[in-house]
Write a protein that binds this ligand. Structure first.
Ligand SMILES: *Cc1c(COP(=O)(O)O)cnc(C)c1O
Length: 395
């Protein structure tokens, strides 16, 4: 049966694609080796540097974020290399699993999934590596399975305090363009991102922002690589071209997304996400439920993971909510499967879209018979009304 009105895609990525971007993507595909392509390519490659806040190169792959994870590892490592990773949640676990599958030796600092990476634990681990064998420290910026943000600048300080030469690699697949991120200022060596979260595009593009130091390490790193090779990309990229067929239409969309982000101003975008995160947490607490992220100041503006009352099924609740209100909520992943649901509040999103989302959740809680108190949507409305947005000048 036809469902009237728009579906609410409130998973924490893919996020709903704004009409402006859909229209940009719908333009006819052009010859990616022809004269008109150079401007498309150059605009995207230059534009992404302003989003990562880097003066160095950004590599763009026609791949999902997982591809760019692999690219980051195979460009800087040699078989058997040790890499230090931190268990912020499911995505950190999957990146660690990939490193092991590729023949690296990941060392995984255990986490409780309720906050970001702990800089002190990373510093202590690096200090113990007196021979400086660890090749890279890998941290997830915005852990999409838990709704926690890692303190990236502090992790950099921890690496420096340990006097360790490891590269610093950050997965900001769901953080970039939603949560403050500063590649150069924070001394990141490789940042991985993807198109379908804060960048508001459909899935299919992913990114590596790369420091000078990482490019140098890549020259002698011996992991087999071909499709992902940074140095093969950089030659053609210098004139706006790619060594193989790029995601041409997604690049049209990317250029539109970058323009939209700068029209709003990145700081306004970050503040908007944070405000929606705060309003959502007020709703969750008014329902009498718990937010999975338990570290104050590390709660994500991208999504909120909500813990179900003991013995009640998050997946049954999500199915009921989808059936009755045509809204998709994120599921709990691996360790927290069926124990948690995730509310995405990222991308091209405003107050009334948040209120529709939270109303859908509140109606769904009642419909599915989940133990809760009513009034969460009201608490969020009160917060939004009481904290009007102070618009900073756009860039
Ligand atoms: C979405 C996501 C990934 C995986 O990206 P895909 O595009 O699904 O391959 C990895 N890490 C984080 C933090 C993510 O949010």
């Amino acid at each position: 049966m036809r469902k009237a009105g728009r579906h609410f895609l409130q998973i924490p990525g893919p996020s709903a694609v704004p009409d402006r971007i859909l229209r940009a993507i719908s333009a006819q595909t052009i010859d990616h080796r022809g004269p008109d392509f150079a401007e498309v390519g150059q605009t995207a490659l230059e534009g992404m540097r302003t989003i990562f806040k880097t003066s160095g190169p950004v590599i763009i792959y026609p791949a999902s974020g997982t591809g760019a994870w692999e690219a980051a590892l195979v460009n800087i490592a040699s078989p058997g290399d040790r890499v230090l990773m931190y268990e912020t949640g499911h995505f950190a676990f999957m990146w660690q699993k990939m490193a092991a599958k590729l023949g690296l030796r990941p060392e995984f600092i255990e986490g409780d999934w309720r906050g970001g990476a702990d800089p002190d634990a990373i510093e202590a681990h690096l200090r113990a590596d007196t021979n400086h064998e660890i090749k890279a420290v890998c941290v997830v910026h915005n852990e999409t399975s838990t709704g926690s943000v890692s303190p990236i600048a502090e992790v950099r300080r921890a690496i420096d305090a340990a006097g360790h030469p490891a590269l610093f690699m950050v997965d900001s697949i769901s953080g970039l363009a939603s949560v403050d991120f500063r590649f150069d200022e924070w001394g990141v060596d490789v940042c991985i991102s993807g198109s379908q979260k804060g960048l508001m595009l459909p899935p299919g593009l992913s990114f590596n922002a790369v420091s000078e130091k990482a490019l140098e390490v890549a020259k002698t790193a011996t992991m087999p690589r071909s499709y992902w090779d940074w140095h093969d990309m950089l030659g053609p990229n210098a004139t706006g071209y790619f060594p193989y067929t790029p995601g041409t239409n997604l690049l049209y969309g990317l250029n539109e997304a970058i323009a939209m982000l700068h029209e709003e101003g990145l700081d306004n975008v970050f503040a908007r996400h944070q405000r929606h995160g705060t309003a959502t947490r007020k709703a969750v607490r008014a329902w009498g439920l718990d937010v999975l992220c338990a570290r104050q100041g590390q709660e994500s503006g991208v999504l909120t993971a909500v813990m179900m009352p003991d013995g009640q099924s998050a997946d049954a609740f999500r199915a009921t909510t989808l059936e009755h209100y045509d809204i998709s909520l994120g599921n709990g992943l691996s360790k927290v499967a069926d124990r948690v649901f995730r509310i995405g509040h990222l991308g091209d999103f405003n107050d009334l879209m948040l209120m529709a989302t939270l109303s859908g959740v509140e109606m769904g809680l009642a419909q599915a018979g989940v133990t809760h108190s009513p009034g969460g949507a009201q608490a969020a409305m009160d917060h939004l009304r009481e904290t009007p947005v102070a618009q900073m000048a756009a860039e």
